[in-house]
Design a protein around this ligand. Structure first.
Ligand code: HSE
Length: 310
């Protein structure tokens, strides 16, 4: 039996479109056991929590898809190839789906890491990173989910380049409305070209964001989390987005942004401000007749890991 724990992630963090991401202490778990013949009549995949009613329990499940990729790499060198149904796969999902918190990165990485353990670790960490990025499509969730912390990442010449930075002791208050947005859809609405001024605006904000965190000059985050590359184009998909950002700032957040492609909104704040900021965001969403969940999270510094093995 192998159990893997994978953190949620908040990507972009405002200006760092497709580049910045931070791991958070909200976790999914993937547990794999060999399947007994006696269990053959039951589904090979059990799902608890988020997606228990909607995610596929067949070969289309992305955790299995990722496992299959690793088994294919192992090829004839190991006792595989394994088939669907050889394992009992139990998923404990706490990361809301299609919410801008990296649930698909967590699923792919859970599958990759579990299968890597099963095959005797044929993949290095770098191999797992590249496979995760190829499967998921973008590095900004996959890299912090695997490595933990605050990561700057990109793919250059088929290689994932990254830097993991320490995260100061601030809280990430994540407010997740009860509707989903599929990243594919929220990318399609982005323009092919942006004004030069928007590009320079974002370059300055990314620099400000990172230096504010590294020098603990958190007041600069209010400007350092501003964005002109994606949030303005996604705003119409998220009712009240701008107002929610405004009330979180008014309640004392250092900086606020869309989490990944949304619809969750993430506010970085001092621990003492976490509660009022969360309440302000939820109340504002209520005014738009949207229920929401609020998570007060710390950064996860470890990333995906094996938590049990026997
Ligand atoms: N950076 C992506 C986007 C989401 O904003 O579309 C996370 O990969």
């Amino acid at each position: 039996m192998i159990r893997i724990r994978i953190p949620a992630t908040s990507a972009n963090l405002g200006p760092g479109f497709d580049v910045l991401g931070m791991a958070l202490d909200l976790f999914n778990e993937v547990e794999i056991t060999p399947r007994r013949k006696a269990d053959a009549a039951n589904p090979a995949i059990e799902i608890e929590g988020e997606g228990a009613k909607t995610l596929p329990r067949n070969e289309k499940n992305i955790v299995w898809q990722a496992m299959k990729k690793v088994f294919a790499c192992a090829g004839a060198r190991r006792k595989g190839p394994y088939s669907f149904g050889d394992f009992q796969i139990r998923l404990v999902n706490r990361i809301p789906l299609a919410s801008g918190l990296g649930s698909s990165a967590a699923a792919y990485l859970g599958g990759i890491m579990a299968a890597n353990e099963i095959t005797g670790r044929i993949l290095s960490r770098e191999d797992m990173l590249l496979m995760g990025v190829k499967l998921e499509g973008h590095p900004d969730n996959v890299v912090p989910a695997l490595l933990g912390g605050l990561c700057i990442s990109m793919v250059i010449d088929n290689e994932v380049k990254y830097v993991k930075l320490p995260v100061p002791a601030i809280k990430a208050v994540v407010c997740t409305p009860d509707f989903e947005l599929v990243t594919e859809k929220t990318r399609k609405i982005l323009p092919r070209h942006v004004p030069f001024a928007a590009a320079t605006f974002n370059t300055s904000r990314v620099a400000l964001f990172l230096s504010a965190l590294m020098t603990k000059n958190f007041k600069l985050l209010s400007a350092g989390m501003e964005d002109r590359l994606h949030q303005p184009y996604r705003e119409h998909l998220i009712p009240g987005m701008k107002k929610i950002i405004d009330v979180a700032m008014a309640a004392g957040a250092y900086g606020v942004a869309l989490s990944g492609a949304g619809p969750s909104i993430v506010a970085l704040c001092a621990p003492a401000k976490a509660k009022p900021v969360g309440i302000a965001m939820q109340n504002k969403w209520k005014q738009f007749n949207i229920a929401s969940a609020c998570f007060v999270l710390d950064a996860d510094t470890q990333g995906a890991r094996v938590i049990s093995r026997r």
